[in-house]
Design a protein around this ligand. Sequence first.
Ligand SMILES: *[C@@H]1O[C@H](CO)[C@@H](O)[C@H](O)[C@H]1NC(C)=O
Ligand SMILES: *[C@@H]1O[C@H](CO)[C@@H](O)[C@H](O)[C@H]1NC(C)=O
Ligand SMILES: *[C@@H]1O[C@H](CO)[C@@H](O)[C@H](O)[C@H]1NC(C)=O
Ligand SMILES: *[C@@H]1O[C@H](CO)[C@@H](O)[C@H](O)[C@H]1NC(C)=O
Ligand SMILES: *[C@@H]1O[C@H](CO)[C@@H](O)[C@H](O)[C@H]1NC(C)=O
Ligand SMILES: *[C@@H]1O[C@H](CO)[C@@H](O)[C@H](O)[C@H]1NC(C)=O
Length: 534
Amino acid sequence: MAHFATALVLWNVPLAWAINVTIPLFAPYGSYLMSPTLVSFSIEQDRWPDWAGVSARNEFTYNALQNYQALTGRPPNIRVGADSADHTIWSPDVQIISDEVFPAPDSVTPYPEATTLTVGDEYYALSQFLPSGTRMIWGVNLGSDNVTNAVNMAKAIVGAFNTPEVQNAGISLLRLEVGNEPDLYKNPTHMLRPKGWPVQDYVADWESVAGPVVEAVGISSNTGPVTLQGASFSGQGYTPREIFALGILGSQAGQTISTISQHRYSANFCNGGKLGLISFMSKTSVRGNISMFEADIAATQAQGLEYILGETNSVACHGAPGVSNTAGMALWVIDYTLQAATKGISEAYFHQGIGYKYNFIQPITLNFSTIDGSPLDPPELPHIQPIYYGGLVVNTFIGGTGTAEIIELTVDDDNVSGYAAYEGGLLVRAVFVNLRPWVQDSTGSRPSVHLDLQVMLGLGEDDSSELDVGLFLGQTASARRLVIQHADDVANLTWAGQSWENVDIAPTGELELETISLAAGVDLRATEAILIML
Ligand SMILES: *[C@@H]1O[C@H](CO)[C@@H](O)[C@H](O)[C@H]1NC(C)=O
Ligand SMILES: *[C@@H]1O[C@H](CO)[C@@H](O)[C@H](O)[C@H]1NC(C)=O
Ligand SMILES: *[C@@H]1O[C@H](CO)[C@@H](O)[C@H](O)[C@H]1NC(C)=O
Ligand SMILES: *[C@@H]1O[C@H](CO)[C@@H](O)[C@H](O)[C@H]1NC(C)=O
Ligand SMILES: *[C@@H]1O[C@H](CO)[C@@H](O)[C@H](O)[C@H]1NC(C)=O
Ligand SMILES: *[C@@H]1O[C@H](CO)[C@@H](O)[C@H](O)[C@H]1NC(C)=O
């Protein structure tokens, strides 16, 4: 194997820094199964008809989701709800949607969320336009504290999934979620509950609304087919540990909770400001934003329940310009999602709206800039944003067997992270992400690291257990690279040589599969990712 001499590295400040990475050949104890829907989506429900399509499916949404399905065998789960679910009224007199009120847009929030909307049964039946096999989570209004309305909504949702249109389309209802980010209800910006509303009152309130909901639609256990999703807290305002201690799981509705959801954004742009992309291209930041949930994950798993990030993305309040919409996010999302998977988070639902800066998918024509609200002439056609490529990488890493397990690899570099995937207990893939920013203003030569890969039989530090990967796994492996010109670009990425930035979201250009010699290792430039298939 080729190794750079350490002295040479130190004294000559070379462009390629050599790092040894040991990869266990067999899945170590503590590896987690990766869900084929690890990358899932949460959709703000005020503009759900734009996403789904009204008289026919939205082809752009459909294709974007199908591309992900093609890689893991399952379309992403779709949660529809979020803040606007807590402002939704169901009416027997409305067909799809009416009386939608939006605040005035401004440069910080060019695409604000509806403050109120009324929906009818067919609104939910638009679910039929998603790819066959899609499983959904729908939000029920707790914010209004109106049991009649909550029950009406739940009945309309369950009713829609019992229609022939939705059933024949192969779309199923997985969970209902009663209330979105209730730990924020007491805030001046929400004013849905009194100032200082304590978690004890939340639990009692939730039980008083969710109880009649499960009763009305016949949900009686947490084993399905339809169950409840609990918590959905915005931050650490209330925690799953607290509500477990308050006995929520013993209540009629609590007994039907199969899944605990928490939300996470790494920063917020609610009042604008200037956020740096660089702080996101950081292994330390990514780990900090996931490890904060460790105690709640452990408490949830101790109850035998599933744990998800039911709403997440880079920056709260729809993303920050120069951060959420950039190519750097494609790398951030790989590290963030896989880091979550190694901590027992089974799915991450990336929040999306119409015209939000952090979207993977902009599914309809936009007439105003997502960045500052200025008019777009010509309008911008439906398109993907750079972060979409990160999902392609993650889903390729997960693969289509439904059996892949993940571990994080120790990579002794501040900017490079690595993960390995195992099927049937045997190493099948590895992915490396170099988060070191290479931006439009960067000068000089683009730095890169050299990764020397050493496959090990066991976990010991003993060198004798290292195997020559060339002998054990063949001399070569095939690799796909995610190539980014600059972290602050908003387009022009390629994945294995191909661009997906077109109206059909179909790969264009020659597929480039690199053949790498395992003995020689690989170079990985700043702001780049590579997936190695063994
Ligand atoms: C990498 O491992 C080899 C032996 O396997 C060793 O000689 C070399 O010093 C290591 N390099 C670094 C940077 O640790
Ligand atoms: C609760 O919802 C029902 C059904 O939408 C409505 O008729 C009623 O007026 C609501 N109650 C309050 C207090 O808003
Ligand atoms: C979360 O990520 C942001 C942006 O990268 C960073 O500024 C912040 O410090 C991180 N939070 C934690 C708790 O690590
Ligand atoms: C932009 O304008 C077109 C044509 O009027 C319309 O179909 C589309 O919905 C508009 N986009 C948004 C996000 O409102
Ligand atoms: C990691 O990236 C930072 C810039 O974000 C850079 O200053 C640092 O030298 C890099 N570390 C290594 C080991 O390359
Ligand atoms: C994409 O790359 C082309 C050719 O290098 C360049 O002209 C164009 O400005 C780039 N677009 C963006 C959005 O970065």
